[in-house]
Design a binder for this molecule. Structure first.
Ligand SMILES: NC(=O)c1ccc[n+]([C@@H]2O[C@H](COP(=O)([O-])OP(=O)(O)OC[C@H]3O[C@@H](n4cnc5c(N)ncnc54)[C@H](OP(=O)(O)O)[C@@H]3O)[C@@H](O)[C@H]2O)c1
Length: 246
């Protein structure tokens, strides 16, 4: 394994992450997959290794246990030069309005705990003078809406963090990409009825992320439809927006 042709994927049991693992294996990249239940990744690991002959290392981690983040990285024999964070938790919005434990879990899982891990990775990349960090945020962070503003505010915080990190890392030759998917057909959304025209497959998302890394994009809306929808939503004046049921 060598750092240049390998990728670290955080939250590797995610639908999008599994598609990324598939695509990168097809490109003969080696992978370090971080997940809180690595047993769920063993069938994928053996399928991909058999098909593509790449190395895939599975590492168990719990994102919310931030005290262990440094140890997890120290235990790696090397750090891949590309890191993709696919971790996320939609949570139960209605519950989060009355139970702060749920609200806090949403905020930590989508924002603060990822900051802990990405700070450590960014510092290591900065001292080596190279690396790429991809954070999967969401269009939900573009403007707070009544239906999901706890998750949305965590993603807004994460998008702002990635923007600042990109700015800080520029002089260290470390590239940071913010990914903003709209609806994606994964476990996160399986309880929802999604509009087909506004929904992407995880394979499509994975391919667009890999292309964005190759092209050194800064910001990636997975679908241009969502980019336009969010641009419109963002310009609605607050005095009108506050009366809308969104
Ligand atoms: N699906 C969508 O419509 C959509 C839209 C916009 C943005 N996104 C974002 O895209 C990214 C990937 O999501 P997805 O759609 O692929 O959803 P997903 O299949 O539900 O994946 C979420 C991942 O986060 C992991 N995770 C959550 N909390 C964790 C914790 N405390 N410790 C370790 N791992 C944890 C999950 O692990 P377990 O498997 O162990 O639960 C899972 O691997 C997320 O950041 C999500 O917010 C998704």
């Amino acid at each position: 394994m060598n750092p240049t042709n390998s990728v670290l994927i955080i939250g590797a049991t995610s639908g999008i992450a599994k598609s990324l693992a598939n695509e990168y294996s097809g490109l003969k990249y080696d992978l370090i997959l971080l997940a809180r239940n690595v047993n769920r990744l063993k069938p994928l690991q053996s399928d991909l290794q058999l098909k593509y002959g790449n190395n895939i290392i599975l590492v168990e981690f719990e994102l919310l246990e931030t005290n262990f983040h440094e140890k997890i990285l120290n235990d790696f024999s090397f750090l891949p030069e590309t890191t993709i964070s696919a971790v996320g938790y939609l949570g139960n919005h209605d519950l989060a309005l009355t139970d702060f434990n749920e609200a806090n879990k949403i905020l930590q899982s989508n924002f603060t705990a990822i900051v802990s891990l990405l700070n450590l990775i960014a510092n290591r990349y900065a001292s080596k003078g190279k690396g790429t960090i991809v954070g999967i945020s969401s269009v939900a962070g573009d403007r707070g809406r009544m239906s999901n503003y706890i998750y949305g505010s965590a993603k807004a915080g994460f998008s702002a963090y990635l923007s600042g990190l990109r700015n800080r890392m520029y002089n260290h030759n470390v590239h940071v990409i913010t990914v903003k998917p709209g609806f994606v057909d994964t476990r996160m959304t399986e309880h929802l009825t999604l509009p087909p025209l506004l929904t992407s497959s995880p394979q499509h998302v994975a391919r667009k992320i890999i292309r964005a890394i190759q092209k050194k994009k800064n910001m990636l809306y997975i679908s241009s439809k969502w980019k336009w929808i969010m641009n419109l939503i963002k310009i609605i004046p607050e005095r009108i927006f506050k009366k809308m049921k969104l």
